[in-house]
Design a protein around this ligand. Structure first.
Ligand code: ADP
Ligand code: MG
Length: 599
């Protein structure tokens, strides 16, 4: 918990932004205070930081590792170099041409490589990183390994940016712009989707997020930032050759982000600064210390990288933030109008109809010829011993997994060809037996992911902060659902800090935030105390009275029997019994299977 003083400080917007304002002021006065050599260094730090900010988004937040960003820097640099020197085009025009070419290449590469999971993606980025590098070096009209010289300067409102000191402002203007835009983006509906990519893809899809599209978007943003950095580089340096766009440089960008703090936009600036200064320093001193010349700094960096990965995986920025007296924490829910709700279903309408569903995992038949239906305004319980196939049935119904055979219809339409995202859009929402929350994110942000489909503001609106009305609506809805399930006291706590039972309840709030007509709960009461179970039963009764259909898997028989309208009992993937709770409890097959024959 924050101390009261910290709370009041962070509530004051001016004080909350004080470190940022101080940073801008320092940037503005730096050229008047520092020697030209330092400004040159700052220019390079800025150029690297622009690429690194993109990598924070792509790798740190999105979990997609790329070694190939230097190639995109090269695309931006070579495009402007070639077009300005050969055709005399304005650098401002070639900036956009470079971005367009980069976008086309990134989309092409993204479609191919982002489908690859695990280690294949980084390997893929290495492959195209190397390919583009050799392309720059071997194509004759790009000047081969000598490159292109006499690149013109850039003019801004008739002011020619000739010296490094003049260029400095343009570079750092882009850095600050990129930081603001990416920070805004991460704090939005799309931003939550991006943050869910790392370890939450199944959950995010079930909440309606198009994760493949989200991956391509962050890949594109990172590539465009890199390309912009390349454009700036070409006009600062006024010549280009392939060397700075090699795989080595691609690794160095990644190193900056790791050292600075992968998950934080400011970590990119910190990492770029540290590595650039350290490299400069090592290049000066190592040959003197060792008494011979050579690229010794690369060896030192390699060792440092291993140490950082071993000892300080989160990087330096989180360490610094802990030392700062101010932390920008949002601890209030904005005021907003209620979000529009889905038209109510008619009571007793059949919501879900599954018939003859079979699911095989290799030779194992997890569901065999299962029939199941759920109506609006009823609680249908699905019970059975561990391993009976209940969760598998949930996955088939919600589209998380595909049934091997059988028919499943939701609201009268077949879902056989639909993924979990489409099914979610039509009004089904679920929780997971093995809790799928984003542990570092606050409870309210986790729950807001459930409301993803109730907003439509995209990346650009988020980056420009044009999404605030909608965002307030989504957060207010999330807050309402959190209050409804009784977790208001934990609204701003990291979800991972809650007890496991409470995390299950957060999952229910997240499912409710999507305004579903059918709710699938997989063992929601596991790990709850008696009073908490009672409160949960009360909530489910209320939802049922409002007309929601609820499909419930639960092991606590008192809980199930006191709540369910109908019960289906499964064993070894098959339905062995269906009926009213009191009928099922008396059924000898159920007593035999479920209770092992013991009364
Ligand atoms: P329940 O939820 O009733 O405890 P599950 O549906 O989780 O049961 O599992 C049913 C059976 O299917 C178990 O034998 C389990 O090991 C198997 N199973 C579940 N998911 C998979 C999977 N992805 N791959 C292989 N086997 C699976
Ligand atoms: Mg299960």
């Amino acid at each position: 918990m924050s101390t009261p003083t910290r709370l009041t400080l962070t509530r004051c917007p001016l004080l909350r932004h004080l470190p940022f304002v101080a940073f801008i002021c320092l940037l503005l006065v730096a050229p008047y205070l520092l020697p030209e050599f330092s400004i040159t260094l700052l220019n390079y730090i800025g150029l690297y930081a622009i690429v690194a900010v993109g990598l924070v988004l792509l790798t740190g937040v999105g979990g997609l590792t790329s070694f190939g960003q230097a190639a995109f820097v090269g695309l931006g640099a070579y495009t402007t170099a070639f077009l300005t020197t050969n055709y005399g085009l304005s650098p401002w025009l070639t900036l956009f041409i470079g971005l367009a070419i980069t976008a086309a290449v990134a989309l092409f590469l993204g479609f191919i490589t982002l489908r690859m999971g695990g280690h294949y993606l980084p390997l893929g980025t290495i492959a195209w990183g190397i390919s583009l590098y050799f392309l720059f070096g071997n194509v004759e009209f790009l000047g081969g390994h000598t490159g292109i010289t006499s690149i013109p300067t850039v003019s801004l409102f008739g002011w020619e940016l000739k010296s490094g000191n003049q260029f400095y402002y343009l570079i750092w203007f882009v850095v600050v712009l990129a930081i603001i835009a990416i920070r805004n983006l991460l704090d939005s509906r799309e931003g939550r989707a991006i943050r869910a990519l790392r370890g939450g893809v199944v959950m995010a899809e079930a909440m309606g997020v198009n994760t493949q599209r989200t991956k391509i978007i962050i890949f594109l943003i990172a590539a465009l930032l890199a390309s912009t950095s390349g454009w700036l580089y070409a006009h600062l340096q006024r010549f280009v050759n392939p060397t700075p766009f090699s795989l080595t440089q691609g690794i160095e960008y990644l190193f900056m982000v790791v050292v600075g703090g992968m998950g934080h936009v400011w970590g990119a600036v910190l990492g770029a600064g540290l590595i650039t200064i350290l490299k400069q320093w090592l290049q000066d001193w190592l040959p003197q210390i060792l008494g011979q010349s050579g690229n010794f700094e690369i060896i030192v960096f390699g060792i440092a990288m291993v140490i950082v990965l071993q000892k300080a995986r989160v990087g330096l920025w989180p360490v610094i933030v802990k030392l700062l007296p101010l932390r920008a924490e949002q601890r209030s829910v904005p005021e907003a109008k209620m979000l529009p709700k889905r038209p109510l279903t008619v009571t007793n309408e059949v919501l879900l109809e599954a018939s003859e569903v079979t699911k095989r995992f290799g030779g194992l038949v997890a569901n065999n010829n299962m029939d199941l239906s759920v109506r609006a305004g009823e609680v249908m319980a699905l019970i059975g011993p561990n391993g009976a196939g209940k969760s598998t049935m949930f996955n088939c119904v919600s589209g998380v997994d595909r049934a091997s055979e059988g028919k499943i219809a939701f609201l009268g339409d077949s879902t056989v060809d639909q993924g979990s995202r489409d099914i979610a859009r039509r009004g089904m929402s679920r929780t997971f037996q093995h809790v799928r929350l984003l542990g570092q994110m606050s409870v309210i942000e986790n729950v807001a992911i459930g409301a993803h489909l109730r907003g439509n503001k995209g990346i650009i609106a988020a980056a420009l902060r044009l999404d605030r009305v909608e965002e307030a609506g989504l957060l207010a809805e999330a807050a309402r659902q959190i209050e409804r399930v009784g977790l208001a006291a934990h609204m701003f706590d990291p979800a991972g800090s809650l007890a496991l039972g409470q995390q299950r309840i957060v999952e229910i709030a997240r499912a409710l935030a999507s305004d579903p007509c059918l709710l699938l709960l997989d063992e929601p009461a596991a790990g709850l105390r008696y009073q908490e179970k009672q409160a949960l039963a009360e909530l489910l009764r209320k939802l049922r009275a409002e007309g929601m259909g609820i499909l419930l898997v639960e092991h606590d028989m008192d809980f199930v029997m006191g709540l369910a309208d109908r019960v289906v009992v499964m064993e070894f993937g098959e339905k062995i019994c269906e009926g009213l709770p009191e009928e099922v409890q008396r059924d000898p097959r159920v007593l035999e299977a479920y209770l092992g024959g013991v009364d």
